[in-house]
Design a protein around this ligand. Structure first.
Ligand code: BJW
Length: 233
């Protein structure tokens, strides 16, 4: 890691949870290699066939609840605490919808693609913690309307969450690190180039070079559970 950065911006993707047993999207055998994202992860898919979409997310939610954080999640939580103790900050921006960063001890996690363990009412927009399966019979606890609950995740064509806070944190960072993300999905995939344009050193930690590999100043290749703790030490 570069000399004593005070503010680190970390962008995580599915690869950070892979060793916890949660599937990635675009690797061989990944979720989008087996299922068509346009039929499962778009507002149009939900409108056309809500049961299929809700079943898919029920399955994913059960997997996330059963999974445990791995050493990469723990290393990020420990680094956040270490930086905070000396007046610095780790801004953790995750594309992941699981809660493994939180369960590893991270205090502040920005979920730009939402959270699987929350449901949102399409009638009133209220967001509710949700660990059970979702069905069209479910009523919104806030407005009482039934049949309009969906997972609080960001589908293709929808606006990712917390973009203003993310852009602000990026502008203040001394170091940008991307972990376990393919660099295929925007706007997250563009952050490394934004960081470079701001003169911020950049590093990717991944099993193999990502789609964005040429945009990074340095890289550490290997499983995140080993490569990330080593890099952050
Ligand atoms: C390991 C490892 C180990 C494995 N250790 N590493 C500009 C250009 C082109 C297109 C667009 C564009 N701007 C917008 C678009 C459209 C679209 C998009 O990007 N399409 C592309 C596919 C071309 N983007 C959107 O629609 C977004 N919205 C949007 O842009 O709104 C408009 C707007 C925004 C901002 C400003 C102005 C306008 C929304 C995107 C929503 C993505 N949703 C999903 C599903 C979430 C719910 C769910 O989980 O089901 O998010 S899709 C999926 O991809 C999920 C992920 O968060 C996201 C990223 O995937 P990730 O995390 O990178 O996973 P993988 O599988 O791709 O990669 C895993 C990596 O890990 C690999 O590199 C492995 O090597 C590595 N790995 N094991 C370390 N053990």
């Amino acid at each position: 890691m570069t000399d004593h950065p005070r503010t680190i911006f970390v962008l995580t993707g599915a690869g950070v949870s892979a060793e916890s047993g949660l599937g990635t999207f675009r690797d061989r055998g990944g979720i989008w290699a087996r299922f068509d994202p346009m039929r499962l992860a778009t507002p149009e898919a939900y409108a056309a066939d809500p049961d299929t979409v809700l079943d898919f997310y029920d399955h994913r939610r059960r997997g996330a609840v059963a999974a445990e954080p791995n050493a990469a999640h723990v290393a990020l939580a420990q680094t956040e605490a270490r930086l905070a103790a000396r007046g610095g900050r780790l801004f953790l921006c995750t594309q992941n919808v699981d809660d493994l960063h939180e369960r590893a001890g991270s205090q502040a996690v920005t979920h730009m693609h939402g959270e699987l363990l929350k449901a949102r009412c399409c009638a009133c927009d209220a967001v509710t913690p949700w660990r059970a399966d979702l069905s069209r019979a479910d009523r919104c606890p806030a407005c009482g309307v039934s049949g309009r609950m969906r997972p609080d995740v960001v589908w293709f064509g929808e606006m990712p969450m917390h973009l203003d806070a993310i852009e602000a944190a990026l502008a203040w960072a001394d170091l940008f690190v991307a972990v376990g993300t393919s660099g295929a999905v925007y706007p997250a995939a563009g952050y490394v180039r934004q960081a470079r344009a701001l003169g911020i050193p950049t590093c990717e930690v991944n099993l193999e070079p990502s789609d964005n590999a040429d945009a990074f100043d340095e890289a550490r290749y290997g499983p995140a559970s080993a490569a990330l703790p080593r890099y952050l030490a």
